[in-house]
Each structure stands twice: as C-alpha cells, then as structure tokens.
Design a protein around this ligand. Structure first.
Ligand SMILES: Nc1ncnc2c1ncn2[C@@H]1O[C@H](COP(=O)(O)OP(=O)(O)OP(=O)(O)O)[C@@H](O)[C@H]1O
Length: 708
C-alpha cells in the first residue's frame, strides 16, 4: 500500500508537470493550477457574472438583554463590498465587528433583530448555507484527523461526484500549499489527548476549508487573531490574492500591523456600533487628520485609529490616575486634551458630513439599482449518497482514533461487567437468586447503559463541527444523522457484544443461544437509545455540562419508573405509570429481559418443605410482568425508540433552522414597527434567518437538494 506521503509527492509532481510554462504555484493566493482545475472540473466560471456585490444600508441590529431591555449593537451602518476588493472591519473590542459580519451573512443570534437593507447583486438574499463562506473565530475541527485528511474529506463532501479523485486530490494539495500548510499536512489537528498543530496552523486550516470551494463571497471573523506577525501577514496576503481573483472578501481584523494594514483595500472602522470611517484604507490617514486627529509620526496608523476610538482608554486613564497617582505628560497629541468618548463623537460627526460618507451612500445607491445574478447556494455539489458515505467514513475514522469516544468506554464496560459477573457469579436457581437476577438485570439495563453518557463530550465536539459545516452549506442534516448512526454501530456492537457476553456467561443467565442473543441485542438497543437520547438533547442543549446533567436527570427518572425500584402496578398511575414508564426504555428492557431470563426456569431451595416456584409465576406475581406480550415486542419498542430519538434530533435542528428564525422575524418586525412607529422600516427576514427555505423566497432560487 502506498504511503500518504508518497501519494502526496506524486500529486505534487503531477501539479508541477501540469503547470503552464512560466507560471508557478502562487503561495499566498489562489494558484493558477487550482483555478484552472476548478473551472474545468466544475464548469464554474469564477469571475464575471457570478461576482458578489454586497451593499448594506441603514443597517441596525438591536439585541434583547436578559432583563428585557434592548440595546442597539449596530446603528444605521451603510457600506458596500465589491468583487476584487478586500474590506477590513476594524474597531475596538465590542465595537460590533462580529455582529456586522453575522448580520451580513445571516447568522445573527436568536436575540438579535435586524433592520435595514442588505442586498447581494441588487437583490435580497439569504447568505447562509453556502451562498457565502464564513470562517468563524473558533477553529472547530476534528482533532484526530491530519490537515490533509481534513481538507480531503471536505473536498469529497463538497466537490461534484463526477470530478475524478485524482483531481480532487490535486485541488486539496494546491489549497494546502496556498495556505502554507505543507509542513504540517500530515500532522493531526490535535485534541485533549493528541498533541497537534499550532493555533496559527489551525486558523489556516479553517480558512483552507472555506477557500477550497472558491466562494464568491468570503467572510472571516478575525482570521489573524492569535497569529504571529509573519503568519498574520501570510494569511492577509492570501485573502487579498483571493479577492484579486474577482471575489469579495470581508474580514474583521483586530490589531493589524502596518504591513497587514497596507494590504486592505477598504476599511470599515466601527466604534460603539457606529461608523467612524468607511472608505479606501489608504485615505483613512487623511480623514483622521482632517477631523483633527493626525497620526503622529512613528506611530502605526492602525494603532492610531484604534487608539482614537477605543473608549476603554478613558477608563484605563482614570484608573491609573486615581489609584497610582500617575500624571500624564501633556504634549501635542489631541487625545491628551480630550476624552476618547469626545474624540469618537467628533470622528463620527466628521464622517457623517464628510465626502467619504456621501460617496459611500452614492455608491450604495448605484450598486443597489443594478440587478445582477442571483447567487444560489455555493455549498456542496456532491450527491447526497457521497456526502453520507464520506461523513460515515470520516466519523468512523474519528471514533476509532479518539480514545475517549468508544475505546475508553469499552474498557470501562468490560471492567464493570466483570465486576457484575463476579458479584452475581453463577447465580443459580435458588429462591435468593430470584431477587439477584432481577437486580442484575436492573443494574445492567440501568447503570451500565447509563455509562454511555460518557460519550457526550465527544458528540458535542462533533456537533460543533456539524454546525459549522452545516451553516456553510457543506451537507444536510439527514446525511449527518445517517452517518452518525452508521459509524457508531460497529463500536456499539463491539462494546455490547463483549460486555454482554462477559456478563451473561459469568452470571450464567438463562441457558440457550436465543436467550443470550436477546440479552446482547437488548443491551445494544438500550445503549443505542441512550446515544440517540443524548443526540436529541445535544440539539436542544449544546453545552456539554448542561447536556450531561439533563441526560442524567432524564435517565434517572426513566430508571425510577422501570418497574424495579417500584413494581409496575404500584407506580402511581398519573404521570409516572402513564405515560412515563412507557416512555422509559428501561421499562421495556426490563420487561423483555425478565421474561427472557425467568420464563422456563424453576426455582427450588432443595428442601422438601419448600415448594418449587416456576419462572412464569414469579414474572406474573412478583415482578408484575405482562407475560402475554412477547419479549421480542419489548425489544422492537426499544429499537423504535432509537428511530424516534433520531427523528426528534432531526426535527429539532429543522425547527432551529426554519421555524425559530421565522418566529423571530415576525416578532422583530412587530417590535421594530412599535419602536419606530414607522411602518416603512424594513426588517429584513434574510438577515434574521438561517433558513434554506427562506432562501427560496428571497432569491427565487431553489433549495439545494443536498441540504435536506
Ligand atoms: N446576541 C447578543 N446579545 C447580547 N449582546 C450582544 C449580542 N451580540 C453582540 N452583543 C454585544 O454587542 C457588542 C458588540 O459585540 P461584537 O461581538 O459584535 O463585538 P466585536 O467588535 O466583534 O468584539 P470582539 O473584537 O471582542 O470580538 C458587545 O458589547 C456584545 O456584548
């Protein structure tokens, strides 16, 4: 078998061989090779009529706070981003950079309401789910995969099926080179037990994943944060080169060095949600000078701009003056004479009446009038089957490499079942074994299945990757649910088969192969139900600590009404018996296993004065089991619960994506109209939603078939 390194070097040789004369691979930009490959293999033109012209006018974002108050995070912002340009959003922490990016890309939080107009190519458009690529601040990647594997799986998930694998591989390799990841291409990303690539490299992997599909519109939230100056320059240069290929690139940048600042085409400077400056980055220097805040010599211009508009400096100065009795030297710097809050007011007012503001508004009007191409989903072009297959494979590889996902659980399960086996060793058929058998089954289907909750943190990590990829339109919910179910199956079968066998034969439960198979199947079904239950919980409570507490609480209640801690007929009828005990999978597992174990056995204390007791009698009169119902029906109920919980997971995600934004949109419209009293205020549904179905409404385009 060829090693991945040799395969990679072959690909690189292919790349070298296919290079046009005199044209090298461009490091820090889209290589001619990948550009050509992309156009040839996907029949997609990258520039021209599919370019993305984005405008936003009077964009206001209001958030509702926990105490019911509202706060304007962005106030009446107007601006635009053109193809072939790189726009940087800058401002102090909390100025609204991320919120502006979120508003433009249709990713606002549930409590945020948007008003104003956002147009893409002169039309309203929902930019989520792949129409625009978005690189978030957090690098949510699968820790057990190498850089090359991460990008390769992403290519398989999104590139068209008809594109041969060798060409997909070539695209992957060229993307690795574009992002300067050659040296760490075969290193794992890293997780809690695997030492992986550096933070800067993770950032570059996240960007590589999004530029792989050559999106026409690219949003990046702080792509250079946490990078050293060389890496930050490299990343920014790459983004600039991407924009030069006719793409529209908008990125929020925290504290750029002067070299990085020089790479910006346009600068959007924000403070407290207001526009301080929007225009050519190179002209910002002049604007600040005109407004009375010239940049002192020997100061980095971007540092100066941020210094002028960061009101935290007022607090810092006041604290220093008060507590440390520091006296600030007065010099010619205007910022020493006035507070930063006053400087911000002056700059905001200056901008409002400046030629920069007028020309921006004019340009927005002009761009809004031109109705360009409707950009449909730039998301996945792979078929549903290819997505499901790739996701299953990726998930299986991850599960097999992540020690905490299943291997640790396997070890614990074996240890615990050996303990059970030792305690109930060769339980027999004496009178005392009746209670022992009941307790043993209750422990196995109660506590042993409960331990499956331990996989929740790993699943939450998977969910984060899913959410990032889903929001960027890489694949749909169905593919994720199917892949998760299939990839987990071999591990769950292995865990339950080994631990079930250890337990069954050490305890010597009911002899007979079919009894043993039932026990193992019931254990498998119960453990899978717990997994599915936790999956459904994760779709509602994505925080892993809260998820574990919720899952533990639900299972505790299920155990209580399972018929062991209180006999079925004694469980209070309202709520606990009907419906709780029937919803509890423990109840069905115990009903089935008691029958499986006791039916056909005879209990005898080997003393002449004590009668023999049949298992049927105990089932009916001691454990109060419905003996007329087949144990296989009990088992099928547990299997149906697996499907039900997976459907709940699917529905919850769909509700979050489709229904919640619709409700929020409706509430926002009412709230904004009430607040402003102006019926003409446009509350843009596209800005509030992440719904693929609303995309159909706003763009007239269809929902991608792969986003099912
Ligand atoms: N959904 C929300 N609910 C409540 N407050 C919010 C919400 N979104 C943003 N804010 C508030 O709005 C302000 C701007 O936040 P935002 O994250 O956009 O700033 P930022 O400029 O990106 O900051 P940073 O550089 O630190 O990431 C902050 O004060 C933040 O607390």
């Amino acid at each position: 078998m060829r090693s991945s390194a040799s395969a990679a070097s072959e690909v690189m040789m292919e790349i070298e061989a296919s290079k046009p004369q005199g044209q090298g691979l461009v490091v820090g930009g889209l290589s001619p090779l990948s550009e050509t490959l992309w156009k040839e293999k996907t029949n997609t033109e990258l520039v021209g009529d599919v370019s993305a012209r984005l405008t936003w006018k009077d964009l206001t974002v209001m958030v509702t706070l926990n105490n019911g108050d509202t706060q304007n995070v962005l106030e009446a912002l107007t601006g635009y981003a053109e193809p072939g340009s790189f726009t940087a959003l800058m401002g102090p922490s909390g100025s609204g950079k991320s919120t502006l990016l979120d508003a433009l890309s249709g990713r606002l939080a549930a409590n945020a309401f948007l008003s104003g107009t956002i147009l893409l190519n002169g039309r309203r458009a929902n930019l989520s789910f792949g129409t625009a690529a978005y690189v978030t601040q957090d690098d949510t990647l699968i820790g057990t995969l190498t850089v090359r594997e991460t990008i390769s799986y992403s290519a398989q998930l999104r590139l068209p099926d008809r594109m041969p694998w060798s060409e997909k591989r070539a695209l992957v390799e060229s993307t690795i080179i574009e992002m300067g990841l050659q040296d760490c291409a075969d290193t794992v990303i890293g997780n809690w037990h695997l030492r992986g690539i550096s933070g800067g490299e993770k950032r570059r992997v996240s960007i590589a994943l999004e530029i792989l599909m050559r999106p026409r519109l690219l949003f990046l939230d702080e792509p250079t944060s946490g990078l050293d100056s060389a890496s930050a320059f490299f990343v920014t240069q790459t983004l600039r080169s991407l924009s030069r290929d006719g793409r529209t690139v908008i990125a929020s940048i925290h504290q750029p060095s002067s070299e990085v600042f020089e790479l910006f085409d346009r600068l959007y400077l924000l403070s407290g949600g207001k526009t301080v400056y929007f225009g050519q980055a190179s002209e910002a220097y002049e604007f600040f000078a005109q407004a009375g805040f010239p940049c002192p010599s020997l100061r980095n211009p971007s540092d100066h701009f941020l210094r002028c508009i960061n009101s935290d400096f007022d607090k810092v100065k006041a604290t220093l003056k008060g507590s440390m009795k520091i006296r600030f030297e007065t010099n010619d710097d205007p910022l020493e004479k006035i507070t930063t809050a006053e400087a911000i007011r002056t700059l905001v007012d200056s901008y409002r009446t400046s030629q920069y503001c007028y020309s921006a508004k004019e340009k927005v009007e002009e761009m809004s009038k031109i109705k360009g191409t409707v950009l449909d989903s730039g998301g996945s072009q792979a078929s549903f089957l290819m997505q499901a297959f790739t996701l299953t494979k990726r998930s299986f590889v991850n599960m097999s490499r992540d020690f905490g996902y299943y291997w640790l659980r396997l070890v614990i399960y074996i240890v615990v079942t050996i303990c059970i086996g030792t305690i109930y060793l060769n339980v027999g058929t004496s009178y005392s074994s009746i209670l022992a058998r009941g307790a043993c089954a209750s422990f196995v289907f109660g506590f042993v299945t409960f331990m499956s909750i331990g996989g929740f943190p790993s699943f939450v990590e998977d969910m984060k990757v899913f959410q990032r990829e889903r929001m960027n339109g890489h694949y749909g919910v169905t593919s994720f649910v199917i892949s998760n179910t299939l990839s987990a199956m071999p591990f769950l079968i292995l865990i339950t088969f080994i631990s079930g066998t250890v337990c069954y034969f050490m305890v010597r439960l009911h002899p007979g192969f079919s009894h043993y198979v039932f026990f193992v199947l019931c254990l498998y079904a119960s453990v899978t139900v717990v997994e599915s239950l936790m999956m459904a919980i994760a779709s509602i409570v994505p925080n892993f600590l809260m998820g574990i507490i919720t899952g533990a609480g639900i299972q505790g209640i299920f155990m209580l009404v399972s018929g062991y801690f209180r006999l079925p007929n004694d469980i209070p009828k309202p709520v606990w018996r009907y419906p709780m005990s029937y919803i509890s999978f423990h109840f069905w597992a115990l009903q089935g296993q008691y029958q499986n174990d006791l039916k056909g056995l005879v209990f005898d204390n080997q003393t002449p004065d004590m009668p023999k007791i049949s298992g049927e009698y105990i089932l009916e009169y001691v454990f109060q089991i419905d003996v007329n119902r087949s144990k296989w029906i009990d088992l099928s109920v547990i299997f149906s619960m697996i499907i039900i919980y997976r459907i709940i997971f699917f529905i919850m995600i769909k509700i979050n994506e489709d229904v919640t934004p619709w409700v929020r949109g409706y509430l926002a419209r009412r709230r904004m109209q009430q607040k402003s009293g102006n019926q003409n205020t446009t509350v843009a549904p596209y800005g509030l939603t992440q719904s693929p179905s609303l995309r159909t409404y706003v763009t007239g385009g269809g929902t991608s078939k792969n986003n099912r």
